[in-house]
Write a protein that binds this ligand. Structure first.
Ligand SMILES: Cc1cc2nc3c(=O)[nH]c(=O)nc-3n(C[C@H](O)[C@H](O)[C@H](O)COP(=O)(O)OP(=O)(O)OC[C@H]3O[C@@H](n4cnc5c(N)ncnc54)[C@H](O)[C@@H]3O)c2cc1C
Length: 328
């Protein structure tokens, strides 16, 4: 068991964590990234990424994250194969975190970039067909279904927003909901019902996602929640939109969060209520949830961390002088 000291401790190795690391390393903060159980984050479970700036052609998610990691290491980041299991934010700075390995991490500043995971239905075929017709992000993957038939599963704001977004690409969007009314805001519902490109299948759950001969999604098997009858729906793409779970269990009772568990930050900044503790990426963003926005927030967190340390050093330098003046 070892103790690791750094000016910036970063928990999480998605776009937010790696971007924070790149900026912090270039500011000579010798950051440490604790990578967690999913090194590279959510993009490592997708295939094609077409909306991350800087690449003319479609790139692969895992490749993009390898490149980000290599860049962060190249400028001086220390990567740790560990998962944080507890944090002490009360007595900082410095802030202490304990890894699953038993190692202790001590950071003068802390960036929380633990991300969020899409919630899945758990139906057969859903995971196997991920990236082959099944997705949890219309903004990310909708473009691949131009002119095709798609379905969205869910009934809240996210589901209706995803369905409306998909009408930019498809004239045949079916929203599948297990009840006979939606939870989404009325204004979104009105837009959905007004669109000629959408229709709603009420009282239906997805029993399974079925592949065709080419190994991609072919149809959904549905079950009526009232009658129990089963039916099928042929679709090229299915978007599961039943919400996201931010990885904030560690911070319960330590940092403010909203009802869904997203960390509260000062609007327009990655600052939490504890000076020196920042939150970046999906863990604090229930609205955009994109790699580029996560990376942007990671950059902001590192820059704010640097300013925080500089201000603290100024205060420490001034303090002895003030004491001396007071003594005169
Ligand atoms: C299938 C899929 C396809 C997508 N496609 C696109 C796309 O095409 N374009 C796009 O812009 N966005 C896409 N997204 C969204 C994008 O992946 C996310 O917005 C982005 O990854 C968020 O980055 P993040 O750094 O905030 O967190 P994440 O990528 O979620 O990374 C979180 C990190 O935190 C770590 N972690 C969690 N808990 C701990 C802990 N206790 N200790 C240490 N580490 C911890 C994890 O191991 C992980 O490394 C897609 C998402 C999915 C699921």
């Amino acid at each position: 068991m070892a103790t690791h000291h750094t000016k910036m401790l970063i928990i999480g190795s998605g776009p937010a964590g790696y971007s924070a690391a790149i900026y912090a390393a270039r500011a000579m903060m010798e950051p440490i990234v604790v990578q967690g159980l999913q090194p590279g984050g959510q993009l490592t479970i997708t295939t094609e990424v077409e909306n991350y700036p800087g690449f003319r052609d479609v790139i692969q998610g895992p490749w993009l994250m390898e490149e980000m990691k290599a860049q962060a290491e190249h400028v001086g980041t220390r990567m740790m194969w560990d998962t944080i299991v507890s944090v002490d934010l009360e007595n900082g700075p410095p802030f202490r975190a304990i890894g699953d390995s038993g190692d202790e991490y001590i950071g003068e500043t802390l960036v929380i970039a633990t991300g969020a995971q899409a919630k899945w239905l758990g139906a057969p075929g859903e995971q196997e067909l991920g990236g082959k017709g099944v997705s949890a992000c219309a903004t990310c993957d909708g473009f691949f279904y131009r002119g095709k038939k798609v379905a969205v599963i869910g009934g809240g704001n996210t589901a209706v927003e995803e369905a409306l977004y998909l009408t930019n690409h498809s004239d045949d969007v079916t929203l599948i909901h297990r009840r006979d009314e939606l939870r989404a805001e009325k204004i979104l519902q009105n837009r959905l019902f007004k669109s000629e490109k959408t229709n709603v299948l009420w009282n239906k759950t997805v029993k399974s996602f079925e592949a065709g001969e080419d190994g991609t999604l072919d149809h959904l098997v549905l079950e009526d929640t009232v009658t129990g009858e089963t039916s099928t729906l042929e679709v090229d793409g299915a978007f599961v939109a039943i919400g996201h779970a931010p990885a904030t269990e560690l911070f319960k009772g330590k940092l403010a969060m909203d009802d869904a568990g997203y960390l509260d930050v000062e609007p327009g900044t990655p600052k939490t209520a504890i000076p020196g503790v920042f939150a970046a990426g999906d863990v604090a963003d229930h609205t955009y949830r994109q790699a580029v926005t996560a990376a942007g927030m990671g950059c902001m967190a590192a820059l704010d961390g640097e300013k925080f340390l500089a201000a603290r050093e100024d205060t420490m330098e001034e303090a002895p002088q003030e004491t001396a003046e007071a003594a005169e």
